[in-house]
Design a protein around this ligand. Structure first.
Ligand code: SAM
Length: 210
């Protein structure tokens, strides 16, 4: 099912709010492991990473992740934590922009790679990457960001594997318009059982607050 293409226009207010939520999460999550001093390696996965910036140069999730690592760079080498970041984008043109944006950011901020950051770039379908990635997620503390368009990957196949892991936090973003349109369908109910009769008692504009 085609979703809205976020990168063909500037990010809207809702997208920026979503990005801030993720960035704030990363801001708290990274020092939790780095400052413990006992965790030698952590991973951050952005499986649907987009291009790096929107048309107006507003940072998307991958650049926000790098920015949060930059904010902690004073502690990372001292504590000896290796930080791995895994950026994936399926569409080749977007992938090229993603890689260019991140490499530019890293070249402007060389202390990140010097301080223990390794960035892994992938240009693949999430479904194909997941088996390889879940093995890493099972082994190391991981922050997993799933920001797909649509609801194709809203599936037990992924949720159950992620739920079984012990030191993983995952954030799964789904457009509220999908709840409204498909909230009563089986694929939805199997994963998120929302009372759509109750949700639809209010106008659509309140769906986010439901
Ligand atoms: C909602 S956007 C992500 C936006 C990104 N978080 C940002 O801040 O710019 C979803 C992205 O997933 C990509 N995508 C779509 N299907 C994919 C798939 N099967 N595997 C990986 N990426 C996919 C799209 O090209 C799109 O760039």
């Amino acid at each position: 099912m085609p979703g809205k293409d976020l990168h063909s226009q500037p990010f809207d207010e809702g997208t920026i709010t979503k990005l801030k939520i993720f960035e704030n999460y990363a801001k708290e999550w990274i020092p939790t492991f780095v400052m413990s001093g006992s965790v030698k390696e952590i991973w951050i996965f952005d499986f649907f990473a987009g291009t790096g910036y929107d048309l107006n140069g507003v940072a998307g999730s991958p650049i926000r992740i790098l920015q949060q690592i930059k904010n902690q760079i004073g502690n990372i080498p001292k504590k000896g934590t290796k930080i791995n970041v895994y950026f994936n984008e399926f569409e080749k043109e977007k992938y090229n922009l993603l890689e260019e944006s991140c490499k530019q950011f890293l070249s402007n901020n060389p202390e990140l790679e010097r301080g223990g950051l390794e960035v892994h770039y992938r240009n693949a379908d999430f479904a194909e990457l997941f088996p390889e990635a879940i093995e890493i997620i099972q082994e190391y503390p991981s922050l997993v960001y799933l920001d797909q368009n649509g609801m194709k990957f809203l599936s037990d196949k992924y949720f159950l594997e992620l739920e079984k892991t012990k030191t993983t936090d995952f954030l799964f973003f789904l457009s509220s318009s999908y709840f409204w349109r498909f909230g009563n369908e089986k694929a939805f109910k199997d994963n998120l059982n929302i009372d759509m009769n109750k949700a639809k008692q209010n106008p659509y504009k309140y769906i986010r607050a439901f």
